[in-house]
Design a protein around this ligand. Sequence first.
Ligand code: GLC
Length: 669
Amino acid sequence: MIERYAFGNVLETGAVVCKPGCAEGAVPFLETEEAGRRFSFHMGSGDRVYGLGENVRGINKRGWIYESRCIDDPYLLESRRYLYGAHNFLLVDGSVRFGVFFDCPGYLAFDIGYTRASLLTVTAEEPDLDVYIITGDSLTDIVRQFRTLVGRSYIPPLWAFGFGQSRWGYRSADDIREVVRRHRELGLPLDSVYLDIDYMERYKDFTVNAETFPDFAAFNREMKDQGIHLVPIIDAAVKVEKGYPVYEEGLEKGYFCKKADGTPFVGGVWPGNSVFPDVLNADARRWFGQQYKRLLDQGVEGFWNDMNEPSVFYAADRLEQVRGQLEELKDRPADGGLYHELASMPQKLSNPLEDYKTFYHNIDGVPVRHDRVHNLYGCYMTRAAGEAFERLLPDRRILLFSRSSAIGMHRWGGIWQGDNHAWWSHLLLNIKMMPSLNMCGFLYTGADLGGFGADTTEDLLLRWLAFGIFTPLMRNHSCEGTRLQEAYRFENPNGFRHIMGLRYRLLPYLYSEYMKAALDGGMYFRPLAFDYPDDPHAPQVEDQLLLGESIMVAPVYRQNADGRYVYLPEPMKQVRFRPDGSVEEQVLSQGHHYVAIPIDEVVLFLRPGRLLPLAAGGCNVDQVDFQNLTCIAFPANGRAVYEYYHDDGITKDYENPANRRTLRVSEDQ
Ligand code: GLC
């Protein structure tokens, strides 16, 4: 059951697709204070709190204070309270069980036992919001109802489930050709190469540098002939430059965010001084979305939207102030105080909250100050693109994912998990974030495999890939200036070939599970406690995940570990994929086991009564045969079944009954 409680003057976020009427009386489970500014819940000692999508820390969110405040912060540290997304959905499980969604476009704080260990308090900066309370038979049932409320998750084309190689620093078509050649030569599978900001002309959105990428349309064709999709980045900010059509046109139409005096807000991002499309204004959104056509027309079929918190390195006005302050400091004698003042200046410049109070959106003719709707910006930039694709290519799927997001955006695109680091702790964070994001509707997601910032190591990349082969978005991406981390840079190509290749053997299962999760409101990744609610150990396990109906994964995330302890909530079949192509099956009893997992092997666990369909593999998705499957089975009472989904991967005929069939194995066959 879903009930809606409205407070104040709710600003429409677009998160919900079918709004129920307003419920009467007090909000169940929560104490409401200050007319909707604060809600609290007294947690029992064993209660667990799930949700919040992209954020720091564990699957159970107890014991920390989190905020919804989309920000470009490339450290993803445990001490932070917010990351790039605003995902205001919580699930409480224990003495009572309910889901709660706070639908509002502004800042929220979730104090989940931080100030007082037993108290959960949600505080809104503005008391204008809808609160949805969802009750149901189980956690998955509550999630399913929530997902009906917020609408079907985004579905990418099938090729986007292949492996993608990315790097900030590929500067030319020849650089890309080299990446493809090295992968193909070593038999490393590859479906896409990502183009970071270097493909553009002076970092101008929707342009291509004609010197380094002469004839971009022909280059796209050349790549597609080799089974490769090019996926360019689009940044939120538009360069201020006379004669640049996107800037000139947007300016003339008044489609950029404006300051109180009516002039465009100017901030610095990669291209230098830039302006910000007012994607919350329906006309401006349509116009910005239409710009993607410039690249679609040249054969592009996928995009990643970046810097859309929006990230502002400096607001032009503030830069002037800081220059003035520097001038004042010129003659001050050097001492510790001066050092600290100078050292703090860059932080003061980038993304201070005060700057978000200096510009406005035009929402249905009403000026709305940015900070009040801040968390919607990335969501609406991606919606601009998604709506444009539906207008321009209604029958085709286009790959689209974003850095910043809010619930509602999950209908238009996926997300990647931002600028992580080549740290083992960030591999674990990636594992924990997956189910939290799935609850909130974000299914097409993954982290920068190998780590974006800092230098990776061969073993970290191999272990990360061994988890990444299970994440819907599987992309190796890294920052300029860090160690080069394409798989072919390392000593052990066989290990990489085996692990990356396994993705293509597992694809029938992974795609089938993705589609069922999207179409049926399910979770592709689930914490153990969701499926084994009566198992007292299950809630303790945050480093193993159930994936779809058949399997559990238990990645290794510690350096120099030769395996790990795995908890089995029931007997399962351990399936070991060896680099020589052989598969070893062994039934393990319920309980704790130490499982050896050499660096180039992948081990997963098959649940009783279930099947795992496998394909022969391939070097890109086109080569995978989704019809001729072999099945690994773990029969229970002599039978194992699986509901298999497959479609053409290109069009949107999702509901066709022919897409689903039941695979069965009986022991007496
Ligand atoms: C941002 C993105 C990162 C990208 C870089 C350069 O930091 O998060 O993925 O490589 O910008 O465009």
